[in-house]
Design a protein around this ligand. Structure first.
Ligand code: GUN
Ligand code: ZN
Length: 331
């Protein structure tokens, strides 16, 4: 058994919703007992066993808390952080798509996954919902590196079959075959979860979104992740591309992509009716404050989303976001 001594803090409820001490548990001087890599309990220092066979790790003066959960981040955008002066659609074209193109090379994808996961751990993040790239080798590299570190990661091949540079474009049949192969290889293995990952409505045809919806029904324990209502030009574009839909959220609803296992990044510019509909269907929003400011997308109305009953998780959205640290992001 390993005993780590320090100040221990953990949460019993969401302190943003449940005020007061019933939301948290704090022990100024306590020992975390760890057995085979799992938390076995919390002891007072006077309850520590004596004798051999144990490891005592004295971290007094430090805070021990569970790993952070980053609900939306891009593993292929490390080198895009702080790219200057553009709004969403321009930022994707100028910086992000060229950078993601490099992940066709498995050696680059493997090296980048190692750096990215080391950076998450260095910042205290042990769980994340992650976008690699369209290349299935980038998903393999990412999951292999996460598994080696025993991290709890959700990710999936990014789907894009239109409105992106040719080297990043897939098609419905290839995307379906890649998804199926990756689900078989990674979903449910150790602490890994596969997530269907259509990038956002503008870069998928209706046929591709429909395919994603069919897979989501066929494998109900998969995750689903995409972007929604981040930027006003993006929203106008979605209305042009999907004139039959009632709005941006409706594009995803029509294709069976909204439900309790679905995460929608940003959700800044949803209407009241869309917020209520998403809450009723059980979808969750990722609040990405540093990205929303850096790309100039706008301010997310957290209180408004909560009033609508929407589930909201915090996210860094690196490389639109500017820090891997959930602490900085909370600030
Ligand atoms: N919308 C579609 N793709 C992206 C992306 O990579 N980052 C952000 N912030 N928004 C997006
Ligand atoms: Zn994103």
């Amino acid at each position: 058994m390993r005993f780590v001594r320090g100040s221990i803090l953990h949460f019993l409820a969401d302190p943003g919703e449940t005020a007061g001490p019933s939301a948290w548990d704090y022990r100024e001087d306590a020992c975390l007992a760890v057995e085979d890599g799992r938390v076995a309990g919390i002891l007072r220092p006077d309850e520590l066993p004596t004798g051999g066979g144990h490891i005592f790790d004295d971290r007094r003066g430090k805070l021990i808390l569970p790993g952070f959960v980053d609900t939306h981040i891009h593993s292929a955008q490390v080198d895009v952080i702080a790219s200057y002066g553009a709004q969403l659609l321009d930022w994707l074209e100028r910086y992000t798509f060229p950078e993601e193109g490099r992940f066709a090379n498995p050696a680059h994808a493997a090296e980048a996954a190692e750096f990215f996961l080391a950076e998450l751990l260095r910042n205290g993040t042990t769980t994340a919902s992650v976008f690699p790239t369209v290349h299935k080798q980038s998903v393999d590299a990412f999951f292999a590196a996460a598994r080696k570190r025993r991290m709890r990661m959700q990710a999936g091949k990014v789907m894009m079959d239109r409105n992106c540079p040719e080297p990043l474009r897939d098609d419905v049949a290839t995307a379906e075959a890649d998804n199926r192969a990756l689900i078989a290889r990674w979903h449910g293995r150790d602490r890994l979860t596969y997530a269907l990952t259509p990038r956002f409505a503008p870069t998928s045809t209706a046929a591709q979104l429909a395919m994603a919806g069919r897979l989501f029904r066929e494998f109900p324990d998969l995750g689903m992740q995409t972007h929604l209502a981040e930027n006003k030009d993006e929203i106008r574009w979605v209305h042009e591309l999907f004139p039959e839909a009632e709005g941006y959220l409706d594009v995803y609803v029509r294709h069976g992509l909204v439900g309790p296992r679905a995460i929608f990044a940003h959700c800044i510019h949803l209407t009241d009716a869309e917020l209520a509909r998403m809450a009723a269907l059980g979808g969750a929003a990722s609040f990405c404050p540093t990205s929303n400011l850096f790309i100039g997308s706008g301010l997310f109305g957290l209180a408004r989303a909560r009033r609508a009953g929407l589930r909201v998780g915090l996210a860094t959205d690196v490389g639109g976001g500017t820090s891997y640290s959930m602490l900085r992001t909370m600030a």
